[in-house]
Design a protein around this ligand. Structure first.
Ligand code: IVH
Length: 713
């Protein structure tokens, strides 16, 4: 088969599998086959860039770094919605609609109001061509490459174009046949970070001692604004689509919003199936009631519903005010709030030593559950709220599971209120606390207990890190069992696990009280005891863990900032524990994606005698200290001291190969265009904004051939 045909075939096939997987949750091929097809396509595209389809599924991988985003003028302004908070407000809205339509019959479509980031996606001839943020409503940022990383955003609309994707079998609620979309259309929706993904990321950040992301909405908005789309791809963002826009006279335009929702779903967009048609405002009220609790089962936060007049001609008749449509309105659920007394504060020490305050409350009923605790985040939050002990406070339940204190009822403050004095020493081990500044956009300015080795919760955390699946995979040793081993003095560091014997373990037990019990609760009891079978299982799992790869061992050490991806890169590059241990900061900086922060942390960790002793014990225990070295050998120094950046695709190299060649010859790859850049290598389909920026800064542009010529002495 000629390459052009094979590229088209693979493109269609991978689109089809992606669609089955992400929209229909079925998998027709295993991951291995899928990856093989994707690799075949990537390689063919590199060889024959002229046949690469603009909507190629390889585009999702990300990897372009642009210094800043271009501005996009929205074809239709991105407006906001008016808000209502009560049934009366809604009835008023309905009356205005009725009046505006002069007695015509009308219907509503109700949807949830998703809490994320508004996005606009433009399609030409069924192909995704541009994605933008809302910005100020008139113009936003062009974040096309970042939006491409969202798996549920179709790069090509299903049912349009070549090959097998044309045959769509309509489901029960689908219109048949699938309508063709207009040549130019836009869909709008809400980009979001699914709650489960938010938790996964925070768990990972906790593992490597990074400050946690504050909430899913900010995390999503921060992610969409990142310059490096391969970093964006790592956070599995999603997008619910809720509006369709096209020229009303365009062939293929719809009559109603409902038709557009069904068609968008058929074309492969992620349309939340929580929408419903409502014949009148009473039905709208029922929808509101129905979703008040159910909305918490959705994969993202919601704070209300959106009510839209269904027929487009009626929407046009009703028109717009300066800021928002007259044909739609948002209804906000009442923030579920209650007021109660702040009885005390408990300071918890987390896995990374961060000391966080938890408010202990007089139990109060809130949205169907009794609330006894609320999060206070950090010292700044206490200051911001101006809250004192014994104050009456307002607690609210947002998207998150733990309710938060949102304010103080000053009218109820009495002489009994006392200032909250933040502890200066660790509540568990009494070591004086230190303060570290947080990153922007994440929990700020936490206090930390620096006693990483001796502080029990931190020690416990190191063990939990060590045994996790992605590290040594000894998960049969759960939290309670580890606590028991530490308690009995059987283990001090994870290396001690490999010295445990059958006799050490048999018969030991401990009664645990529920650590999260509030002041009024009699804690629930749990007994952990080691019988024969348990002991055998644990010892077998420990023995088996010795086969975990060198990269896993490196990750298991728990070096700050060395997550499992970094551990893999270090393992590939150095090939052995001894080589990593001996590496200088400069040597570490040569590892792909390793910056000064990681390099410094690795050097510091291995410089410590205590850590080195642990490493030696692990070596003696027989853990994997070698891996396959996958490293570019030095080829020469013709590029010594020179910096490069590339854009587009190349005939002779993949991006990775190009980077390797630059580094193997002494050059460095920069992450963005600046005056410091010596050369921009321009390939096929180069990014125009990069080229323009390089020109402005007088950075020389070179082609692939010129680059290859530079490699020759
Ligand atoms: S329709 C004229 N539908 O709410 C605006 N918006 O205040 C039409 N939003 O910026 C928007 N869920 O980001 C619409 N189901 C939904 C929505 C929704 C959330 C957001 C959207 C918009 C803001 C409007």
């Amino acid at each position: 088969m000629i390459p052009q045909e094979r590229i088209a075939e693979l493109t269609d096939l991978l689109h089809y599998y992606n669609h089955q997987y992400y929209q229909n949750s079925t998998s027709e091929v295993d991951d291995f086959t899928f990856d093989k097809l994707l690799t075949e396509l990537t390689e063919l595209e590199i060889q024959y860039p002229e046949y690469r389809q603009p909507d190629s599924p390889t585009a999702r991988v990300g990897g372009t770094i642009s210094k800043e985003f271009a501005t996009v003028y929205h074809r239709f302004p991105m407006l906001s919605l008016g808000n209502t908070y009560s049934e009366e407000d809604l009835i008023e809205f309905d009356k205005r609609v009725q009046k505006g339509l002069n007695g015509q019959a009308y219907e509503y479509i109700c949807e949830l109001k998703f809490d994320g980031v508004a996005l606009s996606l433009t399609y030409e001839n069924g192909v995704f061509v541009q994605g933008a943020t809302r910005g100020d409503g008139v113009r936003g940022d062009d974040i096309t490459n970042n939006i491409r990383t969202i798996r549920t955003v179709p790069l090509r609309v299903k049912g349009v174009g070549r090959g097998r994707t044309q045959n769509v079998t309509p489901g029960p609620d689908l219109q048949s046949p699938t309508p063709m979309p207009p040549a130019l259309f836009e869909v709008r929706g809400e980009g979001f970070l699914p709650l489960a993904e938010f938790e996964r990321i925070n768990k990972e950040r906790e593992d490597i001692g990074e400050p946690l992301l504050a909430n899913p909405r900010n995390a999503a908005s921060g992610t969409f604004k990142q310059q490096d789309s391969s970093a964006v791809a790592k956070r599995r963002l999603d997008c619910y689509v809720y509006s369709f826009l096209a020229d009303e006279t365009a062939p293929g335009a719809f009559q109603t919003h409902e038709e557009s929702l069904i068609a968008m779903h058929q074309w492969g967009f992620n349309v939340s199936q929580s929408w419903q048609k409502c014949v009148d405002i009473q039905a709208v009220m029922q929808y509101i009631d129905q979703w008040e609790q159910k909305r918490f089962d959705l994969p993202l936060g919601t704070d209300g519903i959106v009510i839209k007049v269904n027929r487009y001609d009626q929407q046009r008749e009703l028109g717009y005010t300066a800021k928002s449509p007259r044909w739609a309105i948002a209804y906000k659920y009442k923030a579920m709030a209650a007021s109660t007394v702040l009885k005390g504060i408990r300071y918890q020490v987390g896995r990374t030593g961060a000391v966080t305050p938890v408010a202990l409350l007089k139990p109060v009923l809130l949205a169907g559950t009794t609330v006894k605790r609320a999060s206070l985040h950090n010292a700044n939050e206490i200051e911001r709220l101006g809250v004192m002990l014994h104050d009456t406070v307002f607690v609210e339940k947002g998207g998150e599971i733990i309710p938060k204190i949102t304010g103080v009822d000053l009218t109820k403050r009495t002489d009994k209120s006392e200032p909250i004095v933040y502890p200066t020493t660790c509540p568990v081990c009494d070591t004086p606390l230190i303060r570290r500044e947080g990153e922007r956009g994440v929990a700020q300015a936490n206090f930390y207990c620096p006693n990483e080795r001796g502080c029990p919760p931190q020690r416990q955390a190191r063990f939990e890190h060590f045994i996790q699946r992605r590290a040594m995979n000894i998960e049969s040793l759960g939290e309670g069992k580890i606590e028991l081993l530490i308690d009995r003095g059987l283990v001090e560091t994870p290396a001690d696990l490999y010295k445990l014997t059958y006799d050490d373990l048999l018969g030991i037990e401990k009664v645990f009280l529920d650590r999260n019990a509030g002041p009024e609760e009699t804690g629930k009891k749990r007994i952990v005891s080691f019988r024969e079978k348990t002991v055998e299982n644990i010892l077998t799992a420990i023995e088996k863990s010795k086969a975990q790869s060198f990269a896993n061992v490196l990750f298991a050490l728990g070096i700050r900032y060395v997550g499992n991806t970094t551990a893999e890169k270090l393992a590939d590059y150095f090939g052995s524990m001894d080589a990593v241990m001996a590496a200088s900061q400069e040597a570490l900086l040569a590892v792909p994606d390793t910056g000064p922060r990681i390099a410094e942390s690795v050097v510091e960790w291995f410089a410590d005698d205590y850590n080195r002793a642990i490493v030696e014990q692990l070596r003696d225990a027989g853990l994997q200290f070698f891996g396959e070295k996958k490293v570019v050998e030095r080829e020469g120094d013709t590029l010594e001291g020179k910096t490069f950046l590339y854009t587009g695709t190349f005939a002779n190299f993949t991006r990775e190969e190009l980077e390797n060649r630059i580094e193997a010859n002494g050059g460095r790859v920069l992450s963005g265009i600046s005056k410091k850049l010596n050369y921009l290598i321009v390939g096929e389909n180069a990014g125009p904004s990069k080229v323009e920026k390089a020109r402005k800064l007088n950075v020389p542009l070179i082609g692939e051939d010129e680059f290859m010529a530079m490699l020759v002495v």
